[in-house]
Design a protein around this ligand. Structure first.
Ligand code: SF4
Ligand code: SF4
Ligand code: SF4
Length: 322
């Protein structure tokens, strides 16, 4: 994908749809892309998209209620937008989507110490960095985020304008294997695994801030009446935090990996999220963010829904509270 094509397409969208602002990325001083808000045709000359981006831009959408917003969207961002539309966080007619092809995003933690490192370019499955005065060329596949390696919807599912180009194919299936291994552990060993992950968490909430589906204005962790968690990041409360967030995201998470990339402690968020999503998918044959108008799997009730409490589907004569 050529940056010139992206600029022209975003400017076309901005002009034709009479947008108030456009959400995209621009180059930071280290060469890695950073999120940016563009408010004019001229400013859009700086818009860019490549594997050095990190955040899911849909995260910023609820902040611009009432505005006409444009946004560039690879597969996972477009799926987040579908969910935000379905959940009433943005109206479709105020949103203009420029779909972009996606080869996956770099997990910066895999690059080690980033002091003095400059991102230069990415093409043909490789990217180049400047490190200690040297130019280094690296294979993209070895440095991709886990979520991108596993991505099965890299092309946009919702768009008004489209930039042609090839998107990532052949998901690794690694997350599914990890979840299967966790499910096969004894409950005690599984708890031990998640306790070890919870021990790493410092409750900085960067994962929540980076997630487009965590848009509540008031989060349960900050509630003082009742107080659900202490302010100190100790393991029992960390587990409550991590598991509650995962429950809130079950069947809503698009597995973009934005939260995992934002986590400074490398907590294994993707296993938990993939596990919750797989459970919803198996129980309700549902994948989030694929269709406008669809209700979230855990937000509606069907008679044929599985009902383990009664040992099978809901049968005549059995009521939930009798
Ligand atoms: S999860 Fe998929 S669509 Fe999203 S950035 Fe990664 S490869 Fe692209
Ligand atoms: S999981 Fe990571 S990002 Fe989230 S609160 Fe814990 S340390 Fe912060
Ligand atoms: S929970 Fe993480 S992976 Fe899922 S949608 Fe939110 S940021 Fe993306």
């Amino acid at each position: 994908m050529r940056t010139d094509d992206l600029i022209l397409k975003c400017q076309e969208a901005f002009r034709e749809k009479e947008l108030d602002l456009f959400l995209g990325f621009e180059r930071s001083s280290s060469g890695f892309l950073k999120p940016a808000v563009f408010t004019s045709l001229e400013s859009l000359e700086k818009i860019s998209w490549d594997p050095s981006a990190s955040l899911n831009l849909a995260t910023f959408i609820p902040r611009f209620k009432g505005k006409k917003v444009g946004i560039i969207a690879p597969g996972c961002v477009s799926r987040s937008l579908v969910i935000l539309i379905n959940e009433g966080q943005v109206s479709r007619d105020r949103l203009t989507v420029v779909g972009v092809p996606c080869q996956g995003l770099i997990e910066r933690k895999k690059l080690g110490d980033l002091k003095g490192v400059r991102f230069l370019d990415s093409q043909n499955g490789k990217f180049t960095l400047q490190r200690g005065g040297q130019i280094v060329e690296l294979p993209l596949e070895d440095y991709l985020s886990e979520s991108c390696l596993d991505c099965d919807h890299s092309g946009p599912v919702l768009y008004d304008y489209l930039i042609e180009g090839s998107s990532r194919k052949n998901p690794s299936g690694n997350l599914e294997k990890r979840v299967k291994a966790l499910v096969e552990l004894s409950p005690g060993k599984r708890l031990l695994y998640f306790k070890k992950e919870a021990e790493k968490c410092i409750r900085c909430y960067a994962c929540r801030q980076a997630c487009p589906m965590c848009y509540c204005e008031s989060c349960f962790v900050e509630s003082s009446e009742p107080r659900w968690l202490t302010a100190v990041p100790e393991v029992a409360d960390n587990l409550i935090w991590l598991l509650t967030r995962v429950y809130h995201l079950a069947g809503r998470c698009v597995q973009c990996g934005s939260c995992a990339r934002a986590c400074p402690e490398g907590v294994d968020l993707m296993s938990l999220l993939a596990w919750a999503n797989q459970s919803v998918s198996e129980l309700f044959q549902y994948q989030p963010g694929l269709e406008i108008g669809e209700k979230p799997a855990l937000g509606e009730y069907r008679l044929e829904d599985p009902d383990f409490f009664w040992g099978g589907g809901l049968t005549e004569g059995k009521k939930c509270c009798s």
